[in-house]
Design a protein around this ligand. Structure first.
Ligand code: SF4
Length: 449
């Protein structure tokens, strides 16, 4: 059970030294109870208190990383039921199922699909994150052979080894022992053997209730924990949209609201359907409602785009606008005579404006000014995109050393600023550009003659 603020307070040094950043030990204790502070912030807490508080202050959904290097997937650490309460922390991963009954060519083709699935959207690289190798053949040799192809061809991809046969699981997991894999398929019948394999190969264990419901799942995770395995992902066995929604919500509520440790693990959801559209729909339920891994049977560009976009939108911090770095961006291969445009650093604004400049095929310098991620009109209204600030940014950017002219094109929405910018940027001519980005290509082509 979670400790109350007062219970936590009793275990703290009670010196009110403020080293933790809070005015009193009680204030710090209250933040710990709400999981808005970390015990590490108090340097004077005793070892005994650390032990007692460690469990209570641990994130309600256990943090787990699977895979290594750039492709590693972080899961868990969630603290809220609703994104608007704070934010969702670790975006869910998508995994493509590869069956060991496929031919070598077919396995290679699936791997190529995954390796080529990455797209860039508003500056973020979005991709299919993992492979889920399933032992459909029930043949250890075939399973191991398929695992070998994956290990050789896609060394950077995180892998989920799906088999409830400990012999098959061990044959495959050996090939990924240095890659933090997941072994999925621990159940009441094989828990001891699967726990041993997970421990030996430092793998996360995927635990399934096999239709036994959430009570059975809780008992199983407790048993596996007592066998020495800490890192687990859990599957309630739900496969219909309604059951996935119901079970995932129950699991998250139990973890967050009740601090119920037996269900405080990332959830894996199998969205697999023959009908790709239905599979995409089931996937969206997993994205929206608490799945940390969603296993798909096929990937297609339209499906990826829908799932990636939903994931990206839900896993951004609602309190922090998406923004790009303040600097002068080169679009194309600008020369000293190339035009200079300015806009704000809201990601969407930057990507739309830069995209339209690319469409114009006119090489350009684009000055992107830090306005705390606000769009042009909002930044102007908030006093962050003003004549004085624009003039200061242009001077400090040293763009004057790169261009042979002194003309700055400002967005049409802030035409009102043109005179005052000219006053502050001596020797510069301010030109008012189009109000909307889609007017940029025609504007640029007309200027280029
Ligand atoms: Fe209390 Fe520790 Fe914070 Fe000091 S650092 S005020 S002892 S909780």
């Amino acid at each position: 059970m979670a400790l109350t603020g007062v219970e936590i307070f009793k275990l703290l040094p009670k010196t009110n030294c403020k080293k933790c950043g809070y005015p009193t030990c009680l204030a710090f204790a209250m933040k710990l109870a709400q999981r808005q502070a970390s015990l590490d912030a108090c340097p004077d807490v005793s070892e005994e208190a650390k032990q007692k508080l460690g469990e209570a202050s641990a994130p309600p959904v256990r943090p787990i990383t699977f895979g290594t290097g750039d492709g590693a997937v972080k899961m868990g650490e969630e603290t809220v039921l609703f994104r608007h309460d704070k934010k969702f922390v670790n975006p869910c991963a998508f995994a493509l199922e590869i069956k060991d009954t496929l031919s070598e060519d077919a396995v290679n083709a699936k791997l190529d699909e995954v390796l080529n699935a990455e797209i860039e959207r508003v500056g973020q690289k979005l991709r299919i994150d993992a492979i889920a190798l399933s032992n459909d053949s029930h043949d250890i040799g075939k399973f191991e052979a398929a695992a070998k192809i994956i290990a050789q061809k896609a060394p950077g991809l995180p892998v989920i080894i799906c088999s409830d046969n400990p012999g098959a699981a061990e044959a495959a997991v050996k090939l990924f022992s240095d890659r933090k894999p997941i072994i999925f398929g621990a159940n009441t019948a094989n828990a001891d053997a699967m726990a041993d394999i997970a421990k030996n190969y430092k793998a996360t264990l995927g635990v399934t209730a096999s239709g036994g419901g959430l009570d059975a799942l809780s008992s199983l995770t407790e048993k596996i924990k007592s066998l020495g395995v800490q890192d687990m992902v859990i599957d309630s066995g739900a496969r219909t949209a309604k059951d996935i929604l119901k079970d995932n919500t129950f699991i998250r509520r139990a973890a967050i609201k009740k601090n119920f440790k037996p269900l405080g693990y990332p959830v894996i959801t199998f969205a697999i359907r023959e009908d790709s559209l239905l599979e995409a729909l089931i996937g969206t339920i997993g994205v929206a409602k608490y799945s940390s891994i969603i296993v798909l049977s096929s990937i297609e560009k339209w499906k990826n785009l829908a799932l990636f976009t939903l994931r990206q939108n839900l896993y951004t911090d609602p309190q922090v606008p998406m923004q790009v770095e303040q600097k002068i961006y080169k679009i194309g291969e600008p020369s000293p005579a190339s035009p200079l445009l300015i806009t704000t650093n809201f990601s969407l604004t930057y990507f739309i404006v830069s995209g339209e400049i690319e469409n114009s095929k006119v090489s350009t310098y684009l000055a992107v000014m830090d306005c705390e991620g606000l769009s042009v009109l909002t930044a102007w209204a908030a006093g962050k995109f003003t004549a004085a600030k624009i003039a200061q940014f242009i001077k400090e950017s040293e763009i004057e050393n790169a261009i042979s002219h002194r003309e700055l094109v400002i967005p049409g929405y802030v035409a009102i600023l043109s005179g005052s910018i000219e006053d502050k940027l001596e020797g510069w001519k301010i030109t008012v550009g189009p109000r909307d980005a889609n007017g940029i290509p025609a504007f640029m082509r007309a200027r280029a003659g």
